[in-house]
Write a protein that binds this ligand. Structure first.
Ligand SMILES: *[C@@H]1O[C@H](CO)[C@@H](O)[C@H](O)[C@H]1NC(C)=O
Ligand SMILES: *[C@@H]1O[C@H](CO)[C@@H](O)[C@H](O)[C@H]1NC(C)=O
Ligand SMILES: *[C@@H]1O[C@H](CO)[C@@H](O)[C@H](O)[C@H]1NC(C)=O
Length: 331
């Protein structure tokens, strides 16, 4: 074969491959809008935080930007169709639920991951301040609804501040995870209750005993929970709504909510519109998402979803460490 024809074959192959490559990759997904912060949306937060402290100004700006994102989300869900399912079948749609819901509220101080890598760790907002500011009322209080078998988060919190008490609630297991139980330096500050934390009314004589968040706080004598961690395998859709309605009109009694959200576990919260409705109720109650992490263990192990995602919310209402800089810092 002549040199020339080898070159011809090579050049033709290159051109064909280029066409093939372009054909394979050039599928334009419909674009989502670019979020801009140019409009002059005024939230009522402006009235609340009118004083010129750095934290107050930061929160006010964050809230203004957050409300822009909420408007974009609602408009886009309307445009796409609020009855579209959260996770469409492969090759049918470009976007899923987590393209519309974003953690657009910035925590006003460092965000740290507490607990093990992978399944079990949680992203927290201002965690040092949150754990230390509550000293006057006896040290920080952390609630863990849904304990399962893995307590690295709780263990790390207990090591982070020696005044912290952790309370775990789960009717499906008998105790905290083995690492925490074996950790004699801190395990006396971890308290376990085999309760079912449901959406409905309290029934302490049921088996297992059924409690609302308010019911637990009354029984344990707590008026504020610094960190509320929730992993209750799909029951969160009901539980959070009844929690919000139990405190209607008042600030929710916790500083931040670290929650694992399970999509598609109940039929009535499986469309973009129905999830937006649920999300808006949390927002109206003062919760603002500042971080998310898709649970990739679930994706990889079960080859589905991502149906399960960690979400971290801070509570912009009330007077607590994350939003009130008049509270003292303790060493
Ligand atoms: C916003 O706050 C002002 C002053 O506190 C109040 O008069 C007004 O009703 C509030 N607006 C809304 C929409 O809540
Ligand atoms: C910031 O806002 C809070 C209301 O949550 C208020 O109590 C506080 O005095 C404000 N900070 C300053 C420095 O004015
Ligand atoms: C509470 O649970 C018990 C035991 O399951 C049941 O007999 C009782 O009717 C329940 N009470 C209420 C108010 O639901």
């Amino acid at each position: 074969m002549s040199r020339l024809s080898i070159w011809l074959i090579f050049a033709t192959a290159c051109i064909l491959f280029t066409f093939y490559f372009i054909a394979r990759t050039h599928i334009d997904p419909p674009s989502l809008p670019r979020i801009t912060f140019e409009s002059h949306a005024q939230s009522n937060w402006t009235a609340v935080f009118s004083s010129p402290s750095r934290l107050n100004l930061t929160l006010e700006g964050n809230e203004r930007r957050y409300q822009e994102v909420v408007r974009e989300r609602k408009a886009e869900i309307q445009r796409f169709g609020s009855d579209k399912v959260a996770f469409p079948a492969p090759f049918t749609e470009f976007y899923t639920l987590w393209d519309f819901f974003v953690p657009a509220f910035s925590c006003p101080c460092p965000v740290y991951r507490v607990g093990t890598l992978g399944d079990g760790g949680k992203w927290t907002c201002c965690v040092e301040r949150a754990l230390k500011t509550n000293r006057q009322s006896g040290g920080c209080v952390v609630y863990s609804l849904g304990v399962e078998r893995q307590s690295s988060f709780e263990q790390e919190i207990l090591h982070a501040d020696k005044h912290c008490q952790v309370f775990g609630f789960d009717f499906s297991v008998a105790e905290f995870g083995p690492e925490l139980l074996a950790d004699a330096a801190v395990n006396h500050r971890a308290h376990f209750f085999p309760y079912k934390i449901g959406g409905g009314a309290d029934n302490h004589s049921a088996t297992p005993p059924e409690y609302s968040l308010r019911g637990i706080m009354d029984e344990l004598g707590h008026d504020f929970v610094d960190i509320l961690k929730v992993d209750i395998e799909g029951s969160e859709w009901h539980a959070l709504l009844s929690l919000v309605s139990a405190f209607e009109g008042k600030p929710l009694p916790f500083g931040q909510l670290l929650i694992e959200i399970h999509v598609g576990y109940i039929a009535e919260r499986n469309s973009l519109g129905s999830i937006d409705e649920w999300w808006s109720i949390l927002e109206d109650a003062g919760l603002r998402p500042f971080w998310t992490e898709v649970n990739l263990l679930d994706v990889n192990f079960l080859r589905r979803g991502p149906l399960v995602a960690e979400w971290s919310f801070l509570n912009i209402r009330g007077n607590h460490a994350l939003v009130d800089d008049t509270l003292p810092d303790y060493p």
